[in-house]
Unconditional design. Structure first.
Length: 644
């Protein structure tokens, strides 16, 4: 390899040399700018005339060629101060110069003013040293001010373009970016948080300790150092942390785990130290770290090794939590929806002493959440919050807030003054299925979709022990051409085998209807097949509901969306077992499909009635379907269910 001329192979650049070079470049530019300012602006305000001898001036004066004379007083000329006279020649003279300047001798010319008056020369005067002292200082300092201002501006631009530099500029990169909320801002209390009764009880002790720690110290109790809030997204982890600070009336420092991670090694650890130091100074206080799993994952799994920036940040958090003294009333509250990937050192006692699980709200909690979010929304008298809470199974607190907002937007779009029950139903359909499509499907496809959804609805009505049918529609929304909605009467915690098999049969009812009526299959059952296959595989691999496999768990069906612990997922069973699992999954699906086909064959007339009515009306409620399938003989529906 050829090196440039003058560079040694082992030569290394010293940071100090680069710094000195930058200083010299700065001084050089300042000197050059100063000289340019003196050359350009130093002579402004002073006329630049050609200087002639005083005798020539007297000669031109005697010839009556001078029209104007200006006495400039004593001006600096080299190392001496001399009297200057600026003159302007008359028009029509033969002298080449139009204006010139001369220097008066030290010997006073007593007759000069007399001669000037006799010749009719206009006389004016300028005070000595017309350029003031502050102008000279300005000419010297302005280039340096301009140069320094440019560097400050460039530094701020650089700080804004590179993420991670707080308001302190490039020197504040190690400062914590946690936002401090005062008591006035964190005015949210537990009254603003609906549901989560168990979580509130666990946090009330911490609130009481922050308010009066001496009561617990007398009993020898210490405050928990950390509280870990675990739960699905949107269940209110951040809101609960803010409400805890509002109840205790202490400063609240909020940040996210991702804000500690930067491209510079050591920045995250520095921010952690700064955040904890600030919180300790204002104790009692609460530190809240959202998305803790971004920095708290199991160490040693990253490709960067033990010197990875994320692991250094985690080590600093562990060290700071160990550094809490007994008298320091600082509580660390963290939130995550992936507790399974956290490092064991975080979850051990002494660090995160309290681990609180936040589940999706149940029916009663959903109704309270809806009431809180609809306090400022004008509701019509036909809005039934209990019914809305009943049909929003699986909605989180954030989803319910979005539901109220979407209903208000739909009402405003229609020009209503109040939000009614229909707006809530349309908002729910929009959230679950997507916005309604503008284009309409053709009549042939419309008929296929009608029979497909009619198959779902009829199987759901005839099978015993299923969730009550709410409505069925063929209005295309999002990627779905239709939908069948079932709502459980009560929140379910356990699912028996019969109920799960019925769910699979209902999911395959649309495909069974297409095969029965058209003797053809379409791709409209893609999501149904995915749901049925996933549910059947969980029954076999996780819930022990297969007689052939028995009460055993196989991790084939477990979901690992994150590579938190392993780069590969080994299979802990043989190929023979895998084949049996596949056979059992396929058997369950085929049995439930045949079950749905047989049921639709026996009630083909009801299937046709529902499909035709769907094709005409697009949406049918539960009462409409019951009226259609009711036979002329009383009680025939009950007999059909029993026979099914």
């Amino acid at each position: 390899m050829r090196l440039p001329d003058g560079e040694l192979p082992d030569a290394k650049k010293v940071p100090g040399d680069e710094k000195n070079a930058s200083v010299w470049r700065f001084l050089l530019w300042g000197f050059v700018l100063t000289m340019l300012f003196f050359m350009i602006f130093g002579s402004i305000g002073t006329p630049q005339y050609t200087t002639i001898p005083y005798s020539t001036f007297k000669e031109q004066l005697n010839r009556n060629n001078i029209s104007t004379v200006m006495f400039r007083g004593k001006q600096l000329q080299g190392d001496f101060r001399q009297d200057f006279i600026d003159t302007v020649l008359r028009r029509g003279d033969t002298v080449r110069l139009k204006a010139f300047s001369t220097i008066m001798p030290e010997i006073e010319d007593q007759s000069l003013l007399t001669v000037l008056s006799e010749k009719g020369v206009t006389i004016s005067a300028m005070p000595a040293e017309s350029s003031t002292w502050w102008a000279s200082i300005f000419l010297v300092l302005f280039p340096w001010i301009l140069l320094i201002g440019y560097f400050v501006y460039a530094g701020k631009r650089l700080s804004g373009q590179i993420k991670g530099f707080p308001g302190g500029g490039i020197f504040g990169i190690g400062k914590s970016r946690a936002r401090r909320f005062s008591k006035e801002i964190t005015s949210v209390t537990y009254q603003e948080v609906a549901g989560l009764g168990n979580a509130k009880k666990d946090l009330e002790e911490i609130v009481a300790y922050l308010k009066d720690s001496k009561k617990f110290e007398k009993l020898g109790a210490t405050i928990p150092k950390g509280v870990l809030l675990m739960g699905p997204p949107g269940t209110g982890k951040t809101l609960l942390a803010r409400a805890t600070a509002g109840e205790a009336g202490v400063p609240f420092f909020s940040t996210s785990g991702s804000e500690f991670i930067e491209m510079f090694v050591g920045v995250g650890a520095s921010r952690v130290r700064d955040m904890f130091d600030t919180a300790k100074k204002e104790s009692p206080s609460i530190i809240f770290i959202d998305e803790l799993d971004s920095v708290g994952r199991v160490r040693g799994t990253g490709l960067g090794g033990s010197h990875d920036e994320r692991e250094q940040t985690l080590n600093q958090i562990l060290s700071e939590m160990d550094g809490f003294e007994a008298h320091q009333s600082v509580v660390l509250i963290a939130a995550t929806n992936r507790p399974d990937v956290l490092d064991p050192a975080l979850t051990r006692p002494g660090r995160f002493d309290r681990q609180i699980t936040l589940d999706l709200p149940q029916k009663g909690a959903r109704m309270e959440i809806l009431k809180i979010h609809s306090r400022n929304v004008p509701l019509s008298s036909n809005v039934n919050m209990k019914a809305i809470a009943g049909r929003t199974v699986g909605f989180s607190g954030a989803d319910l807030r979005n539901l109220v907002n979407e209903a208000a937007l739909l009402a405003g779009r229609k020009g209503k003054v109040m939000v009614d029950n229909m707006d809530f139903e349309e908002a729910q359909d929009k959230i679950l299925l997507g916005a309604e499509r503008e284009e309409k499907i053709e009549s042939n496809e419309r008929k296929i979709v009608s029979y497909h959804e009619a198959g779902h609805a009829l199987v759901a009505k005839l099978l015993p022990g299923t969730d009550p049918l709410q409505k069925v529609t063929i209005i295309a929304r999002g990627r779905a051409l239709g939908a069948t909605e079932q709502i459980p009467e009560n929140d379910r915690y356990n699912f028996n085998r019969s109920y799960l098999l019925a769910r699979i049969a209902i999911a395959l009812g649309g495909r069974a209807s297409e095969r029965l009526v058209f003797n053809e299959l379409t791709n409209g059952s893609a999501e149904d097949l995915k749901f049925a296959t996933s549910l059947a595989r969980k029954m076999v691999c996780q819930w022990g509901m297969s007689e052939k496999i028995g009460p055993a768990v196989f991790n084939q069906a477990e979901e690992h969306p994150f590579l938190g612990k392993e780069l590969a997922q080994p299979r802990d069973f043989s190929e023979f077992t895998a084949r049996i699992i596949d056979e059992e999954v396929l058997r369950i699906i085929l049995e439930q499909e045949n079950r749905a086909i047989e049921m639709l064959e026996r009630h083909r007339a009801d299937l046709d009635k529902i499909a035709v009515s769907l094709e005409e009306n697009e949406t049918l409620e539960n009462a409409d379907i019951e009226r259609l399938i009711k036979s002329e003989e009383d009680g025939s529906t009950g007999d059909n269910k029993a026979a099914a």
